[in-house]
Design a protein around this ligand. Structure first.
Ligand code: FE
Length: 193
């Protein structure tokens, strides 16, 4: 909590200094805050997933060219990166990491969680993905294959989680509530209804 307060204070101090020196204008800062608070985030990725679960033609486009399919839904890449979406099935479980730093698909998942940026996750997601998954409470059968995808500055991966069983009668809002950020990184599954 203390460190959070410190961050907030430091950000406010920086903002005042930048404004005072005329280096930025207040509307530009408001625009950036609005971007991160309202227009980026896992709610966007969740809508992409629900559309893929409910619209087979969209799902085919998403798996063939995720960058275009995601732009089609109105979510533009923030850093000009390309997107690849990998589909989880009973046979293949995909997990995303950035082993080098913390590359993450901001437009669809927002800012990366702290653990995603941590050295242990970055190292162990590559060397012991099944062990990492167990720590997230995700059991993968021995028959299933675990694939690890290393995001970088040019290419960001997102997981299309499996649609949970027993959700056939759910509407889009109900389905959206099952899609978590972590399930789109691949460390967990979509929630069961
Ligand atoms: Fe990175």
């Amino acid at each position: 909590m203390t460190s959070d307060n410190n961050v907030e204070l430091r950000v406010r101090a920086l903002e005042s200094l930048l404004l005072e020196k005329g280096l930025v204008e207040a509307p530009a800062i408001d625009e950036i805050i609005d971007l991160f608070e309202n227009r980026l985030g896992p709610q966007n990725g969740g809508k992409v997933v629900v559309r893929a679960w409910t619209d087979p033609a969209f799902k085919a486009r998403l798996l063939a060219n995720a960058t275009e399919a995601i732009v089609e839904m109105g979510y533009d890449a923030v850093q000009g990166e390309d997107m690849v979406v990998v589909e989880n099935t009973p046979e293949i479980h995909n997990v995303v990491v950035c082993t080098l730093c913390s590359c993450f698909p901001w437009a669809t998942l927002g800012l990366p969680p702290v653990w995603y940026k941590s050295a242990p996750y970055r190292a162990r997601a590559a060397s012991d993905p099944r062990g990492v998954l167990v720590e997230f409470g995700t059991e993968i059968s021995d028959e299933a294959q675990v694939r690890v995808w290393d995001s970088n500055a040019e290419l960001r991966y997102m997981v299309l989680p499996e649609r949970p069983a027993g959700t056939g009668a759910m509407n889009e809002d109900e389905l959206l509530a099952l899609v978590t950020r972590d399930s789109m990184i691949g460390v967990t599954r979509a929630q069961n209804p």
